[in-house]
Ligand binder design. Structure first.
Ligand code: ADP
Ligand code: ZN
Ligand code: ZN
Length: 803
């Protein structure tokens, strides 16, 4: 008997199914199915999605127990051989379920509901039974082929390119359609309506105009603009039958505007050296990782562009990662203006359908470059020549859900697979990366000067304690106010940066000191002025602002702290004539909002751009000559060993926004702790001394990069349960790991309660611990088999970005 067995990973994330199962391939699909395809299979009483990870002729499963695959979802594999290998590695590297590792590589559209459409490309010489399905149509549904038992034939047609298969995402409720007006093609009809409308002057005007536009499809707005009539006139004419409203689907294009083409710049000496090293590595048959350390404005992006140019000339593909692309429209534009249609873009601002469209372009080889956020590292290219991570130190490259991967690790894995270089670029590399570069694990490339030889901005530290002593209670220091005034007079632009973390407005009772907290989380609620509500940023809980203190009933309850709205108001008090643009979560909720704000600012329609973290990156405007940091301290005091590093990176990053072109820049950093080394060293924007200082401290307290850390977190609704199981974790780790490893804890997590669950953690610090993965896997097995039933939730993170 001709038996074909498929090894399938099913879409069920529980421990006892975290392995491949054997299923029988029905005879008619033997020549259809391929490794990497998605299928539907029976699992228990359910029908679930599965991925074929292998095909074979034999199985240990007794034949009468072997179940058949019930449906094939892909004619061509969605997962390549490389991805299947990568999933296996990811599973061990991050300790996740294999199904999670497979799913993360695919766009969510392939997990969502969709319809498969077969499009006719080449109508000649179609077999009769296929012709019968299409009839006069240009497309048909996959199900029609399936029902007719024509899948093998369909596969041939796909191979011959007579038809193509597309997944059309069923957009739930947000189908992109707009209302258009279609003018009739029938001139007599219009003439008749004109006769009937003898007394309605405006209607006649519109109808006469329509006579010149028979059969046209226009938006109502276009018609109003061209004819000057109002909507009531248009509607009256439509009611008489001279035109009709139709709905037209808008083509999904994530690019909102046209860009003009740019060409390679003449490189500086430093740039030439870096580019040569990278292109030389492209010739070598091995993976190689470069750390491109260049001060802000040193022309790193130009090096990326020219390296990619080289890759394209070789006929290969490139992946360019940016921390969060919806925040850096300028970056996308630079890539599009250089490589045009060759570029796909993937970021969180796109709809499910748009993301799928971009993914599909990559998979079909229609584009050669992808610019995207973290998940774009899984772009389904098959001939990669270069992978780049810009701002490689950013924590957004780490995924905080399973699989807890770091894009940097995936990049390096893929570079070894394709034997191509990786570039990690930053003005302030992660300590780990710089340490690796110093050890020679990565190749260090340095750009010490700005590309246009502009000087780095001068940085001034404003001591806010001193301001307070002198009676200045405002959130602006005297020096910042003066600097702002000077810019307004000179018509130069400025950026004000509010470090948002832990610095949002909260509501506090002046009598008893109570801060209004979330009832579900140990976190104070944030005041939102626009809605007059208090919100929890972790669980979404919201309530109205209390009129009296919930604790002591005093009515001296006020909001405190500084949100961007508050700052905006203060600016208007100081400078009523200033034009302020605010960029924060509230003003950027709708799609394309970032682009709009940045464009408005770029066109000089505002003097001040005020914002949170999201303005720190990528901004490159010639007229910005002042950057103000309203409070440098807030990220400094987080209970995290990376707090100083993050603060230094952030300050350097924002400072880099000033004086990037002809005009010199100035930076004012306000702080209550001017003597802290992260702030002092940010003043000179000199990475090396900061690195040395921070490394010294990391060594002294045994933190990365000297030690590795892994984090196990436990949570439960009952505090006793959480504490007890956290204790068990600690004991178990101590009992099973070598005494080289230090186990810290159990301790409460930095947010001790979240969404009504009490949180504890154990931190493992180690240098060499060969058994770590297997020990943690056994711990997880215990958890999945027993603890989970007690309501415990446990996560293991081998590279926690916060602890
Ligand atoms: P980075 O990515 O290091 O912050 P960019 O690549 O954005 O730096 O470069 C900063 C500015 O200098 C940009 O406006 C860019 O167009 C310009 N620039 C970069 N390289 C060159 C060059 N070789 N010649 C002229 N201008 C350059
Ligand atoms: Zn009170
Ligand atoms: Zn909450």
């Amino acid at each position: 008997m001709n038996l074909l067995i498929a090894e399938i990973i099913v879409d069920v994330s529980t421990y006892h199914v975290d392995r491949a199962f054997d299923y029988q391939v029905p005879a008619e699909w033997i020549n259809v199915i391929e490794t990497g395809c998605r299928v539907k299979v029976p699992f228990g009483a359910r029908s679930v999605l599965g991925f074929v990870i292998g095909l074979k002729k034999e199985t240990d499963v007794p034949l009468h127990k072997l179940k058949p695959i019930t449906q094939i979802l892909d004619m061509e594999p969605v997962l390549t051989e490389e991805m299947l290998q990568m999933a296996g590695w990811l599973k061990n590297h991050t300790i996740c379920y294999e199904i999670d590792a497979l799913q993360v590589m695919l766009p969510s559209a392939l997990r969502a509901k969709y319809e498969k459409i077969i499009k006719l490309q080449e109508p000649q010489n179609l077999p009769e039974e296929v012709q019968a399905i299409f009839g006069k149509r240009q497309q048909a549904n996959f199900k029609e082929f399936e029902r007719a038992g024509l899948l093998p034939l369909l596969k041939q047609l796909v191979a011959q390119e007579s038809v193509t298969i597309d997944n059309i995402v069923k957009q739930q409720g947000n189908v992109k359609e707009i209302r258009m007006v279609k003018i009739t093609e029938d001139q007599h009809l219009i003439e008749k309506v004109i006769e009937q409308s003898s007394r309605a002057v405006k209607q006649r005007l519109l109808l006469q105009w329509m006579c010149q536009h028979l059969g046209d499809v226009l938006s109502p707005q276009q018609i109003y603009n061209e004819t000057g009539v109002s909507s009531s006139v248009l509607e009256a004419v439509i009611a008489k039958g001279a035109a009709q409203f139709i709905r037209e689907e808008v083509y999904r294009d994530p690019f909102t505007k046209e860009v003009s083409r740019t060409y390679s710049l003449q490189l500086t000496e430093e740039q030439v050296i870096a580019l040569q090293a990278i292109t030389a590595a492209m010739e070598e048959p091995k993976g190689q990782t470069f750390l491109l350390h260049g001060v802000t404005g040193s022309g790193k992006t130009e090096i990326y562009l020219q390296s990619i140019q080289k890759v394209l000339e070789e006929g290969k593909e490139a992946i360019m990662l940016v921390p969060e692309i919806s925040l850096t429209p300028q970056m996308t534009e630079r890539f599009r203006s250089r490589f045009g249609e060759m570029v796909a873009v993937m970021h969180s601002g796109l709809s499910v359908g748009e993301k799928y469209d971009e993914w599909r372009k990559i998979q079909q080889g229609k584009v050669k470059v992808v610019v995207g956020a973290r998940s774009a590292i899984f772009a389904p290219f098959t001939n990669i020549g270069l992978i780049i991570l810009d701002e490689e130190h950013e924590s957004t490259y780490k995924q905080e859900d399973s699989p807890r991967y770091h894009a940097r690790d995936i990049a390096i894995w893929r570079s070894e697979f394709y034997q191509c270089p990786v570039i990690l670029g930053s003005a302030t590399p992660a300590l780990e990366s710089y340490a690796r570069a110093k050890k020679g694990v990565y190749t260090l490339l340095s750009l010490k000067r700005r590309a246009l030889h502009q000087t780095l901005p001068t940085v001034f530290i404003a001591d806010m304690r001193e301001e307070l002593r002198q009676g200045n209670r405002s959130m602006f220091s005297i020096s910042l106010i003066e600097a702002m005034r000077a810019r307004l007079e000179k018509k130069e632009q400025m950026v004000l940066f509010l470090n948002r973390r832990g610095y949002s407005s909260f509501v506090l009772c002046r009598d008893c000191g109570t801060v209004v907290q979330c009832p579900n989380c140990d976190i104070s609620l944030t005041y939102h002025r626009t809605t007059e509500k208090l919100k929890c940023h972790y669980c979404g809980y919201e309530e109205h602002i209390p009129q009296t203190c919930p604790q002591c009933q005093s009515d001296h309850i006020r909001y405190f702290g500084t949100g961007t709205q508050k700052v905006e108001e203060e600016i208007y008090k100081l400078f009523p004539e200033a034009r302020v643009l605010r960029m924060d979560v509230d003003t950027t909720r709708h799609k394309g909002a970032h682009e709009e704000i940045l464009q408005t600012f770029g066109e000089g329609q505002a003097d001040i751009l005020l914002g949170t973290q999201m303005i720190a990156k990528g901004l490159d405007f010639p007229n910005i000559t002042l950057v103000g940091v309203l409070s440098a301290d807030t990220s400094l005091h987080l209970p995290d060993y990376r707090a100083a590093e993050r603060t230094f990176q952030l300050l350097t990053q924002v400072s880099g926004r000033a004086g990037r072109h002809n005009k010199p820049g100035e930076v004012i950093i306000q702080t209550y702790t001017p003597e802290h080394y992260a702030i002092e060293l940010a003043k000179t924007q000199d990475y090396e001394p900061f690195y040395e200082r921070e490394m010294f401290l990391r060594r002294r307290s045994s933190y990365p990069p000297y030690y590795f850390v892994a984090l196990v977190q436990i949570s439960h609704e009952d505090v006793m349960m959480a504490a007890e199981y956290a204790g068990r974790v600690a004991d178990w780790l101590r009992g099973n790991l070598s005494n080289q490893a230090a186990i810290i804890g159990p301790t409460t997590a930095s947010i001790a309660r979240l969404q009504n669950r009490y949180r504890y953690q154990c931190l493992i610090k180690y240098k060499i611990e060969p058994n770590l993965i297997s020990v943690l896997q056994r711990l997880l097995a215990m958890y999945r088999a027993e603890w989970i039933k007690q309501g415990i939730l446990m996560t293991v993170d081998l590279d926690p970005s916060t602890i």
